[in-house]
Design a binder for this molecule. Structure first.
Ligand code: ATP
Length: 238
């Protein structure tokens, strides 16, 4: 079913000590969608992803994945179920090769198609194929972002969470990364994309949510948000 809600966050609240970073956020991601969550620095986007993936506890609200309540579950179990995040800053294994990093992404799997999936990742990222035996730590920032995305794909995500994949990259690499996000989506992966680059993120997305000070303040079709004067003024520098 193409309209099935895969990820449903309701009234999520997350605090760091006394600081309320997320104050009651609600949003949904449906099967096959690319949904962008945009917002300024410090709006609470990363914290939202951390709560979903179990790396930061939620103080309140509910998080449902494929119909199950997953609040409080650890990242390991969630990856096994198909909820996979590429964190901000990437977190590649710097002293391992590209291929070894990709194999780590498939660590949870017990099927026989891992090698075929490495070939698939190499077809999405020819750059990784060229450098299969290079140590990840010697790759450029953009290449490491590709590797982190490739590694996440090796877990066969049902929903892929991307945290600011374009951050800190050169303009050419930014183009490349957004191209690849669109490619991964067109191959059938459901994606929640967190980005400060609002125009690019909404340009690719089906739908979008705007986060401000820990709350979702706007949502809608991505094109409608892109044309919304308030979004344009606040996030597109107009
Ligand atoms: P960015 O794009 O800068 O990552 P963001 O929208 O992802 O922004 P968060 O990183 O989720 O925002 O931060 C939301 C708020 O929570 C900010 O005020 C931030 O200072 C605070 N915060 C984030 N991590 C911590 C932490 N580990 N301890 C205390 N406060 C934190």
């Amino acid at each position: 079913n193409n309209n099935q809600v895969l990820l449903e966050v309701s009234n999520l609240k997350v605090a760091y000590g006394g600081i309320q970073a997320v104050k009651g956020a609600s949003f949904q991601v449906r099967q096959g969608e690319l949904v962008s969550l945009i917002g300024a620095n410090g709006a609470g986007k990363t914290t939202t992803l951390k709560a979903i993936t179990g790396t930061q506890p939620a103080a309140d609200g509910s998080i449902r994945f494929m119909g199950q309540d997953i609040k409080g579950q650890g990242a390991w179990d969630l990856v096994k179920q198909g909820l996979v995040m590429v964190p901000e800053g990437r977190g590649t294994f710097t002293r391992m090769t590209i291929t070894e990093n990709l194999l780590m992404g498939a660590y949870i799997r017990e099927d026989a198609e891992v090698q075929a999936d490495i070939d698939k990742v190499f077809s999405i990222f020819p750059r990784l194929k060229e450098r299969a035996l290079q140590l990840a730590g010697t790759m450029s920032g953009g290449e490491q972002q590709m590797l982190a995305m490739g590694r996440a794909l090796m877990a066969r995500p049902k929903v892929l969470l991307l945290d600011e994949p374009s951050m800190g990259l050169s303009p050419i690499m930014v183009d490349k990364i957004f191209e690849v996000v669109a490619d991964i989506h067109s191959r059938g992966t459901t994606i929640l994309l967190v980005e400060q680059n609002a125009s690019r993120a909404l340009g690719l997305a089906d739908r979008g949510y705007v986060m401000e000070s820990g709350l979702i303040t706007m949502d809608g079709e991505a094109k409608a948000l892109l044309n919304d004067p308030k979004v344009r003024a606040a996030y597109l520098g107009e």
